[in-house]
Design a protein around this ligand. Structure first.
Ligand code: PFF
Length: 492
C-alpha cells in the first residue's frame, strides 16, 4: 500500500485541539494528584520540586518531542515505529507496551478504590479513623504479602465497573475518545481549582504550603530523590508507554515542538497546583491535631486515601468536598487509562488490519481486568507497591534508554529534528540531538545503576525473596518478550 493511501486510511483526530486535549488528558492523571504529592511528601516537600523540574526540562520534554515526532512521521504505534527504523528494534515497542500494560492493570485497581471512596463520600464513612477504614474496611488487607487471603469482592466488582467504563470510552476509537476528553480533561482542572481555593482558605494551611515550597537542598544529594523524579516524569508525561507515539500517529501535521511543550507544561502546572490543594489541606489538619506536616505527608501511596480524606472530614461540608475530590481523581484517571488501551489496540490493529479495533480493545480490557485480579486479593496492596516500584523505576526508564539509543544512534537525531522543523515555527536546536544521543541515555543509565545497587543490597520494602523474583520478572519478562519478537522471522 502506498504511503499516501495508508495515511488516508488511518484514523484521524477530528481536530488539532482534540489531539491536544487527548494528549494532555493522558498525561494528567492519578500521577498528578495521587503520585506527585506523595512523592513530594516522602522526599521532603519542596526538595522534590527541584529535581522534578530539572528532569522535566532535561529529559522529559526532549523525549516527549521525540515520541510525537516518531508517531507522526511513521504513522504507526510503538512497535511499528521502531520496526520501521530497523526490524530488529520492534522489541522496544513491545517492551513499552508490555510495561504500560502492567502499569495500567494496577492503575485501574487504584481507580477501583477511588470508585469505592466515591460512594463512601456521601456519608464521609471514614469519619475520624481513616487509616483503619482504608486498610481494614476497604482493602481488608492481610498482614503480609505471603497471605493472599482470597478476593475482596467489593474491589473486584469496582474493578469490573472501571474496565467497562474504560471500554465504552474508547470503543469507537478517536471518535469516542474525542468526545469524552472534552469533559474529562477540563472538568478535573476546574475541580482542582475549587479544592485549592478551599485548601488555602483553611486555618493553618500556610504551614503545609511552606513545607511544600521551601526546598531542602540537602535532599538533592540523595540519589533516590533523583530516581523518584525520573520515574515520576516518565509516569506523569505518559512517555515510554507507547501512548504518545500512538496518539501522534493519528496526526498529519502538528507543530510538534510547540505541542510537546504545551502538553508538558500544562501537566506540570496541574501537578504543582494540585500539590497546593493537598498540602494546604494537610497544613490545616496538622494545626488541628498538633502534628508536624511532614509526618502527615509521609504516608506514601495511601496519602490520597487516608490523610487527605481525614482532613476533608474535619472541614464544613465534608461530604461535598470529599465528593469533589473523588470525582476529580476519577475524571483525571479515566483518560489516562483509556489512552493506554488506545496505544495497545493501535499496535495490534497496525499488525492485524482485518480485525476490527472494537474487538481488539475489548480483548485488551478483558485481559487487563483478568490480570488485575491479583490486586483485588487481600494482599493486593503489597503487590501493587511491588509492581509499581519495578515497573516505574526500571521498566519505564529502560524503555526510555532504548528509545533514545534507537533514535540517537540508529535512526539519527538530526534526521528526526529536520522532520520536526519542517512544519515548525518554533525551530528545534542542535541541543536536542545532543540530549537524545548522549544526555538522556547517560543520565538514565547512571540512575538506573544507582537504583540497582540499592535494590541488590536490600530487598525492596523488606519483601521476601520470592516477591523480589516477581519484581525482577516485571522488568525482565517484557524485555525478553521484546527480544524474542525482534528476532522472530517475519514475512517482510
Ligand atoms: N500519565 C498518567 C498519570 O500521570 O496518571 C500515567 C498513566 C498511567 C497513563 C497509566 C496511562 C496509564 F495507563
Amino acid at each position: 500500500m502506498s504511503k499516501r493511501k495508508r495515511k488516508i486510511l488511518r484514523e484521524r483526530w477530528s481536530s488539532h485541539w482534540i489531539f491536544l486535549f487527548a494528549a494532555i488528558g493522558s498525561a494528567v492523571g492519578l500521577g498528578n494528584i495521587w503520585r506527585f504529592p506523595y512523592l513530594a511528601g516522602k522526599y521532603g516537600g519542596g526538595a522534590f520540586l527541584v529535581p522534578y523540574l530539572i528532569i522535566l526540562f532535561l529529559l522529559g520534554i526532549p523525549i516527549l518531542i521525540m515520541e510525537y515526532a516518531l508517531g507522526q512521521r511513521m504513522q504507526r504505534g510503538a512497535v511499528g515505529v521502531f520496526g520501521k527504523i530497523d526490524k530488529r528494534l520492534r522489541g522496544i515497542g513491545v517492551n513499552a507496551v508490555f510495561v504500560s500494560f502492567i502499569i495500567c492493570v494496577y492503575y485501574a485497581v487504584v481507580m477501583a478504590w477511588t470508585l469505592i471512596y466515591f460512594f463512601h463520600s456521601f456519608k464521609v464513612s471514614w469519619g475520624n479513623a481513616p487509616k483503619e477504614f482504608f486498610f481494614t474496611k476497604v482493602l481488608e488487607m492481610s498482614s503480609n504479602i505471603r497471605f493472599l487471603d482470597g478476593i475482596n469482592w467489593t474491589i473486584f466488582a469496582a474493578l469490573i465497573a472501571v474496565w467497562v467504563i474504560i471500554y465504552f470510552c474508547i470503543w469507537k476509537g478517536t471518535k469516542s475518545v474525542g468526545r469524552v476528553v472534552l469533559v474529562t480533561m477540563p472538568l478535573p482542572i476546574l475541580l482542582i481549582l475549587i479544592l485549592v481555593i478551599r485548601g488555602i482558605t483553611l486555618p493553618g494551611s500556610l504551614e503545609g504550603i511552606l513545607f511544600y515550597i521551601i526546598p531542602n537542598f540537602r535532599a538533592l544529594l540523595d540519589v533516590q530523590v533523583w530516581n523518584a523524579a525520573i520515574s515520576q516524569i516518565f509516569f506523569t508525561l505518559s512517555i515510554a508507554f507507547g501512548i504518545m507515539i500512538a496518539y501522534a500517529s493519528f496526526n498529519d501535521k502538528i507543530n510538534i515542538k510547540k505541542d510537546a511543550w504545551i502538553t508538558a507544561i500544562t501537566n506540570s502546572v496541574i501537578s504543582i497546583v494540585a500539590g497546593f490543594a493537598v498540602f494546604s489541606t494537610l497544613g490545616f489538619m496538622a494545626a488541628k491535631q498538633s502534628v508536624p506536616v511532614a509526618e502527615l505527608a509521609a504516608e506514601g501511596p495511601s496519602l490520597a486515601f487516608i490523610a487527605y480524606p481525614q482532613a476533608l472530614s474535619l472541614m464544613p461540608y465534608a461530604g461535598l468536598f470529599s465528593l469533589i475530590f473523588f470525582v476529580t481523581l476519577l475524571s483525571l484517571a479515566i483518560d489516562s487509562a483509556f489512552s493506554f488501551v488506545e496505544a495497545v489496540s493501535t499496535v495490534f490493529s497496525d499488525a492485524f488490519k482485518r480485525i476490527s479495533k472494537k474487538w481488539i480493545s475489548l480483548v485488551i480490557c478483558i485481559g487487563g481486568f483478568l490480570c488485575g485480579i491479583i490486586f483485588t486479593s487481600r494482599a493486593g496492596m503489597y503487590f501493587l507497591d511491588l509492581f509499581d516500584h519495578f515497573a516505574t523505576n526500571y521498566g519505564l526508564v529502560l524503555v526510555g534508554i532504548f528509545e533514545c539509543l534507537a533514535v540517537g544512534w540508529v535512526y539519527g537525531a538530526p534526521k528526526l529534528r529536520r522532520y520536526i522543523n519542517r512544519d515548525s515555527d518554533w525551530k528545534l536546536g542542535k541541543w536536542w540531538d545532543f540530549s537524545i544521543k548522549y544526555l538522556c541515555p547517560i543520565v538514565l543509565i547512571y540512575l538506573i545503576i544507582a537504583q540497582l545497587v540499592i535494590d541488590l543490597t536490600k530487598n525492596y520494602g523488606d519483601y521476601p525473596n520470592w516477591a523480589m523474583l516477581i519484581g525482577w520478572g516485571v522488568v525482565l519478562v517484557p524485555i525478553l518478550v521484546g527480544v524474542i519478537i525482534s528476532f522472530w522471522p517475519s514475512k517482510r
